[in-house]
Write a protein that binds this ligand. Structure first.
Ligand SMILES: Cc1cc2nc3c(=O)[nH]c(=O)nc-3n(C[C@H](O)[C@H](O)[C@H](O)COP(=O)(O)OP(=O)(O)OC[C@H]3O[C@@H](n4cnc5c(N)ncnc54)[C@H](O)[C@@H]3O)c2cc1C
Length: 192
């Protein structure tokens, strides 16, 4: 059975350090590895029989300072214990931006992920937050600039706003983003 682990790693200062630490972990037996120099840690997946001391040694040999390895989850444990169907290692409640970030990271680490949503796929950002608000702000800016700009000799004019059409376009944009989120969601669950 595979186990997801976290290792504190001192001395990482840039993206290249992420690559070096990942290489060190893989060369010592990690199936996958995701170091993060900003957090000063590396998440990785190993077989449960892996020699943790060897993993730390490999990271030390690469010039960094490992200072603690903590097991986070046993990948596949729940599904094997249940003994039926493919099962999941991680259930995420909600399908907003945070859920997608968690799902993508968990999939990188080899976990099987399911997202549970009680309302609209995509959450606040794509449905009522960032995406629609920026679409309307940009439309407003375009209308304003059409009627008011500082350039001599450039004649433009702003006529009426068809609010119904504008809102329909904004809704279509949100729907498109939400359905792309659904696609990412399926990809994240690994169950397409
Ligand atoms: C008008 C507006 C503009 C914004 N503009 C920006 C911007 O430009 N840039 C930016 O970075 N941020 C912006 N934000 C903020 C951004 O939208 C949020 O920070 C972000 O969407 C939060 O993501 P989240 O995953 O934490 O929560 P949400 O996106 O709210 O997702 C939570 C999800 O969980 C679901 N849920 C909750 N409880 C349950 C349950 N019990 N069972 C199942 N599902 C459940 C909800 O239905 C929802 O879909 C804006 C927000 C608003 C309102």
């Amino acid at each position: 059975m595979a186990v997801v682990m976290r290792m504190a790693v001192g001395g990482m200062t840039c993206d290249s350090c992420d690559v070096h630490v990942a290489d060190a972990l893989r060369s010592a037996g990690a199936v996958s590895a995701s170091p993060d120099w900003r957090r000063g840690e590396a998440w990785f997946t190993v077989d449960e029989s892996a020699d943790v001391g060897r993993l730390a040694e490999s990271v030390r040999d690469a010039g960094y300072t490992p200072s603690g390895v903590v097991p986070l989850a046993a990948v596949g444990q729940a599904s094997e214990a249940a003994g039926s169907g493919p099962g999941y290692d991680l259930a995420i409640v909600g399908s907003g931006s945070a859920a997608f970030a968690a799902a993508i990271r968990a999939r990188e680490l080899g976990a099987r992920v399911v997202i549970v949503e009680r309302s609209t796929i995509g959450g606040t950002c794509v449905n009522v937050g960032c995406v629609p608000s920026k679409a309307l702000l940009r439309a407003t800016e375009t209308f304003r600039q059409a009627g008011h700009h500082p350039f001599a000799g450039v004649e433009t004019s702003a006529s009426a706003v068809d609010l119904r059409a504008l809102v329909a376009q904004k809704d279509e944009l949100s729907r498109g983003c939400a359905s792309r989120s659904t696609w990412i969601c399926w990809a994240s669950t690994g169950s397409t």
